[in-house]
Design a binder for this molecule. Structure first.
Ligand SMILES: Cc1cc2nc3c(=O)[nH]c(=O)nc-3n(C[C@H](O)[C@H](O)[C@H](O)COP(=O)(O)O)c2cc1C
Length: 185
């Protein structure tokens, strides 16, 4: 029997069970109601991801030279996934450092700009009020490596779990999930 397609949800928020975690989880739940897929939710902050040190060794070897942390655990899941739902709160117009560390560590993919070809990506940005544009640009980094951005959603929420008190924002997540589900076989 063929194994199910994997939809990976990645939350880049340092705040456990905050608005981003909720939005990413809700998206995965909605997709799995619509499609017979396997889903997996992970939080980057639950892993030990070291900072990129800018050595550029990755440009010679095609992968990150730092190997004594959890980066490859997340990378392995990402490579297995057909769809990646990546969410992060806006911190000063950009993703939080913990998410940016993960992004920086994929720099070696530049040696093969087709590394993520065929993968579909949905982007969830959460902010209290502003900073979405530059944030979304950074969170769209996988398109540089061939992935297709198939949907984006901007969620307005500030306090922990506030999204749950905002039916309009939850409805946006549901709509976003439907758009993503349509892009799965
Ligand atoms: C360090 C920091 C920087 C922030 N910067 C912004 C910002 O630039 N624009 C904005 O609208 N909200 C900003 N916020 C608010 C968060 O985006 C908001 O609280 C969001 O709901 C957090 O999501 P989470 O619950 O998933 O962690 C910031 C919050 C923190 C802690």
């Amino acid at each position: 029997m063929a194994s199910k397609v994997l939809v990976l949800g990645i939350s880049g928020s340092p705040r456990k069970d905050g608005n981003t975690d909720i939005a990413v989880k809700r998206t995965l739940e909605a997709i799995s109601r619509l499609r017979d897929v396997e889903t997996l939710f992970i939080r980057v902050a639950d892993f030990n991801i070291k900072h990129c040190i800018g050595c550029r060794e990755c440009m010679k070897i095609g992968e990150c030279a730092i190997r004594d942390d959890d980066f490859n655990i997340i990378l392995e899941k990402l490579m297995q996934a057909e769809m990646i739902v990546v969410g992060a709160p806006v911190f000063w117009n950009s993703p939080p450092g913990v998410m940016k560390d993960f992004i920086d560590r994929t720099h070696g993919f530049y040696t093969d700009r087709k590394r993520l070809l065929g993968k579909k990506v949905g982007i969830i940005s959460v902010a209290a009020e502003s900073g979405f544009e530059s944030h979304e640009d950074i969170l769209s980094w996988m398109r540089i490596y061939g992935a297709e951005i198939v949907g984006k959603v901007r969620i307005y929420a500030r306090e922990k779990g506030e999204i749950l008190q905002r039916p309009k924002e939850i409805a946006k997540v549901e709509r976003f999930a439907r758009i993503l589900a349509e892009r799965l076989q």
